[in-house]
Design a protein around this ligand. Structure first.
Ligand SMILES: CC(C)(COP(=O)(O)OP(=O)(O)OC[C@H]1O[C@@H](n2cnc3c(N)ncnc32)[C@H](O)[C@@H]1OP(=O)(O)O)[C@@H](O)C(=O)NCCC(=O)NCCS
Length: 180
């Protein structure tokens, strides 16, 4: 299946193109964006390598991660991205990163609502999960405002950037989507 292009009121959610990589590198390399993420430094070569590995022609392969661009629907300028991981045939993990200048403007929320609609209503997935650092207030507030349930608080389950850290796991079932 091809990677979808989803339209929202303000955004297009689509596959990345080479033209997005400069902005992608710029926001990923900012310390406040990297703080709770798997990377510390991020450069253009990292962005290019991630982009080249992405199989956008075969969206939905179990085990694979896909990075989706959130772009302004008029200018097509990159504002942030969504990450989608197909855990198995029925369950999907998602993640979010929004460029600092675009944060707290409901960019992640509007994009995630569209993605959840696509995953549940078009692909008919059963359950969507997300894991976040327990100190990442923006991330867990976003998940709660989308209607995700906190299912777990893992205590010091991850040795992360020099210290043991806690994580929350959140989930939403297809049957819970309407209440979100
Ligand atoms: C987490 C992140 C994606 C949120 O994106 P965003 O576009 O700023 O979030 P939104 O504007 O859509 O906000 C969604 C909700 O979260 C709340 N929220 C967002 N940022 C917040 C913050 N810093 N503090 C408290 N609440 C916050 C909003 O108030 C909103 O709640 P509401 O629906 O009740 O109004 C963004 O902060 C980010 O990219 N952080 C860096 C990368 C990261 O850590 N990603 C998560 C990894 S798991």
């Amino acid at each position: 299946m091809l990677t979808p292009s989803l339209k929202t009121h303000r955004f297009t959610i689509r596959a990345f193109t080479a033209a997005d990589l400069e902005l992608f590198t710029h926001y990923r390399s900012q310390p406040e964006v990297a703080k709770y993420q798997s990377w510390s430094d991020f450069n253009y070569a990292d962005a290019l390598s991630l982009f080249e590995k992405m199989d956008y022609q075969n969206f939905g392969v179990v085990g694979a991660w896909y990075q989706l661009a959130i772009a302004d629907c008029e200018s097509d300028i990159l504002l942030g991205d969504l990450a989608v991981h197909f855990i198995d045939d029925e369950q999907v993990e998602i993640g979010f990163t929004i460029a600092p200048a675009n944060q707290q403007k409901h960019v992640a929320k509007e994009a995630a609502v569209a993605l959840l609609g696509y995953l549940f209503n078009t692909l008919n997935k059963h359950r969507v999960v997300a894991t976040t650092d327990a100190q990442n207030v923006a991330s867990y507030r976003l998940l709660e405002s989308l209607g995700f349930r906190r299912e777990a608080h893992f205590r010091q389950n991850i040795f992360f950037k020099g210290a043991w850290g806690d994580e929350y796991q959140y989930a939403m079932l297809r049957t819970e989507q309407a209440t979100a």
